[in-house]
Write a protein that binds this ligand. Structure first.
Ligand SMILES: C[S@@+](CC[C@H](N)C(=O)[O-])C[C@H]1O[C@@H](n2cnc3c(N)ncnc32)[C@H](O)[C@@H]1O
Length: 206
């Protein structure tokens, strides 16, 4: 069954032990403005907490901000995080990866990094949350690749709705084909430079 997730469900909670202890030091060490700001991390953290995630898959490791947020969210109960990324844009992020791996280990999270395009990865369900932040032109492919691997009550979160036309197009298609009735948005980049009501996470509840 598919239900809506209203946008105000996910109002960022500005402080929490694990978030402060795990995400903030990472955000201080690395340049978070590459992907957004702390609201970006807090939203992902909140989504994972809300569905009590213990098994998360993400398409697009990038600079590891989503990965570190998911690790923090699962740190209380332990869990597994899989990141898929071919590193096709030549991102130099060995240091980020080493940090993420260390935090995963310290917090009882099994971490798997798969250097691949997401469509070639064979998922290992059930996932509690699938996060899609990879190739904007592959959003629908990723969505249909993963939608049936997410357990009931779990979330599929798609980054970048609004700002990037191919993502909007894909999400609008997904809604049509899968008969999603509504979905919630979250602002992604909230700095003066980037803020736009249009930039959002699209959140689907399975
Ligand atoms: C915007 S970045 C992800 C940011 C990341 N979620 C973070 O919070 O730091 C997009 C990433 O998607 C990766 N990517 C591009 N095409 C992909 C594909 N088909 N499958 C998986 N990852 C892909 C790129 O290499 C890049 O690292």
């Amino acid at each position: 069954m598919l239900t809506s997730v209203s946008s105000d469900t996910h109002t960022s909670q500005l402080s929490s032990g694990a978030f402060d202890e795990i995400v903030l030091p990472y955000a201080e060490e690395f340049d978070l403005s590459t992907v957004g700001n702390l609201t970006y991390c807090q939203n992902l953290y909140d989504f994972a907490k809300e569905c009590k995630a213990i098994n998360i898959i993400e398409c697009g490791f990038g600079w590891g901000f989503s990965a570190i947020s998911f690790i923090a969210a699962m740190s209380e109960r332990g869990g597994k995080l899989t990141s898929i990324d071919p590193m096709c844009f030549g991102i130099k992020n060995d240091k980020n990866m080493a940090w993420v791996q260390k935090e995963a280990k310290n917090n009882n999270i099994e971490y798997e990094f798969v250097k691949s395009f997401s469509r070639f990865y064979r998922p290992k369900p059930p996932y509690c949350l699938a996060y899609i932040d990879s190739d904007p032109y592959e959003v629908a492919v990723d969505f249909f690749h993963l939608v049936h691997t997410v357990r009931e009550g779990g979330l599929i979160v798609i980054d970048g709705y609004g700002r990037q036309p191919p993502i909007k197009q894909a999400i609008d298609q997904v809604i049509t084909y899968e008969a999603f009735t509504r979905f919630g948005y979250e602002p992604h980049r909230c700095t003066q430079k980037w803020y736009s009501k249009e930039i959002a996470h699209a959140v689907f509840q399975v």
